[in-house]
Design a protein around this ligand. Structure first.
Ligand code: MF3
Ligand code: CO
Length: 266
């Protein structure tokens, strides 16, 4: 998400609200499943967007991202999905761009069911990857798992980012974690408080409680963590032009541990 006003609150969802969020999450996972097989060299990002649009329609869900305008004056987001290639980190706009062999394709998908949002992202390598791109993708996927594992009832927001950052900085390749964009609370709105940074000290921030729903989304760069935004007002790229990967799940905090909502059979 974007850097918005810092508000510490987080809404607690009822069991009924969690049911809607599970449904939204399931639809997001279904879209990802269909997109995963569609990412082949030669496909355009616009075609991937159309596939997502169709699955949402077939499932009776609304897109979360289309026409989203988080800050006044910004061009409303024009896509159903975000498709970000290679050095693009997040918020890439789908269009005529052709995916090539070896490209890192980040697909971010949001769905609304019964007024509740689900939000998840994955990075797919089109065709064959290299040792370097596979290591980046594997480390970023793993950092999300580690971040989710840290999201226990009674833990603090800072524990999530600390776990993600510790793991990424321990990788021998010298990867860095993006700092200017974060995960977020999610529910009736796509972006709710609190922000969920992917870095920083453990033991700080809001205490996680059952019924909170959050999106955890580490963005990991091969080079430095600094970012820039393109003239289209949306696409976030690495400042140094190096590759980046992104994974995201929407989860619920429960007494018995984190529950991933953006999954199938949930
Ligand atoms: N997962 C992305 C985020 O939370 C989704 C952005 S949707 C967009 O930032 F519309 F803002 F692009
Ligand atoms: Co998100």
């Amino acid at each position: 998400m974007f850097q918005e006003s810092k508000s510490p609150g987080a809404t607690i969802k009822s069991e009924r609200e969690l049911t809607a969020m599970r449904q939204a999450g399931r639809v997001v996972a279904l879209v990802h499943e269909r997109l995963q097989t569609a990412v082949v060299p030669g496909v355009t990002t616009g075609e991937l967007d159309r596939i997502a649009r169709e699955v949402l329609k077939e499932q009776g869900a609304e897109p979360s991202f289309l026409d989203y305008a988080p800050v006044p004056g910004i061009t409303p987001y024009p896509g159903v999905i975000c498709s970000s290639l290679n050095e693009e980190i997040v918020h890439g706009i789908p269009g005529d761009r052709v995916v090539r062999n070896g490209d890192l394709v980040k697909l971010d998908v949001g769905a609304v069911v019964d007024g509740f949002h689900g939000d998840a992202a994955m990075t797919v390598i089109a065709g064959e990857g290299t040792k370097k791109t596979r290591a980046l993708v594997d480390a970023t996927r793993r950092s999300l798992e580690i971040g989710i594992e840290a999201a226990q009832s009674g833990a603090r927001i800072g524990d999530i980012g600390a776990a993600i950052e510790d793991f990424i900085l321990s990788c021998p390749q010298g990867f860095e974690v993006v700092r200017e964009y974060t995960g977020h609370g999610i529910g009736r709105r796509l972006h709710e408080p609190p922000q969920i940074p992917n870095y920083g000290p453990a033991g700080r921030g809001l205490v996680l409680k059952p019924g909170m729903t959050i999106a955890i989304e580490p963005m990991v760069n091969i080079g430095g963590w600094e970012t820039a935004v393109l003239d289209d007002e949306w696409t976030v790229v690495t400042a140094d032009g190096e590759l980046s990967a992104h994974f995201e799940h929407t989860i619920a905090i429960t007494e018995s541990g984190p529950e991933i909502l953006t999954k199938l059979d949930g």
